[in-house]
Write a protein that binds this ligand. Structure first.
Ligand SMILES: [Zn+2]
Length: 227
């Protein structure tokens, strides 16, 4: 391995406004880049070749809720693609947010959930936000199992337990059909280590959130507000 050269540059109050996903707002909002610490590096690989990289480490702030977080934008000389039409090479940009985030995840009042449901719910959200898609799929299945257990759903397996939720009047017929789809999705993740995409997982958790809202959170609020 040859010589490594790296330079760093600090830029404050980067001009412009940017559309990034805000974890608190659960959607894309306008952000400013408070500061960026930029690294450029090059490693000599011999025979006139080098490995080069650029990384901008940004402190960002949502202009809606004012939450401050961190974003890293990077490129390197190994990550590129060709546009065959114009015959040009372009760098593939990698973008990471800390903490991780995914648009559309609604922050429900999870503190009103039973503790065991709450723990699995929070970890599943973290897995989705951080693109740990296999674990997120397994989490969704575990979440459905835990909800069934908590609601004393009868049946020898998850299939029958989900059906019993409809018999108990906890979920609608459509709700049961959706839960079966999510059950299969979780099965694939657990037994075939099948990875689901961000969009599927995000939709699955939104459906579960809706159910958690109706089963635990709203009844709890009604009991306390409309006494
Ligand atoms: Zn925000």
């Amino acid at each position: 391995m040859g010589n490594i050269e790296r330079t760093f540059l600090l830029e404050s109050n980067v001009p412009g406004k940017y559309k990034f996903i805000c974890r608190e707002c659960s959607r894309e909002t306008t952000h400013i880049i408070v500061a960026a610490y930029k690294e450029s590096g090059s490693q000599d690989c011999g025979r006139g070749n080098s490995y080069d990289w650029n990384e901008a480490n940004q402190i960002i702030q949502c202009q809606g809720c004012e939450a401050v977080s961190f974003r890293v934008e990077s490129t390197n000389s190994e990550d590129y693609d060709y546009d065959h039409e114009s015959n040009t090479r372009y760098d593939i940009e990698t973008i990471k947010f800390y903490p991780g985030r995914s648009a559309g995840l609604k922050a429900i009042d999870s503190y009103l959930l039973p503790l065991n449901v709450q723990d699995i719910y929070k970890e599943t959200i973290l897995a989705i936000e951080n693109e740990q898609n296999i674990l997120a799929g397994i989490g969704i299945r575990a979440l459905i199992e835990t909800i069934c257990k908590d609601l004393n759903a009868a049946g020898k397996d998850l299939y029958n337990k989900i059906n019993s939720l409809q018999e108990q009047g906890i979920v609608t017929k459509e709700g049961v059909e959706t839960l079966h789809k999510l059950r299969v999705l979780g099965n694939d993740a657990a037994h075939e280590v099948k990875k689901h995409n961000q969009q599927q997982l995000s939709l699955a958790i939104q459906i579960i959130e809706h159910m958690l809202d109706g089963t635990y959170i709203i009844p709890h609020k009604v009991a306390h507000v409309l006494k």
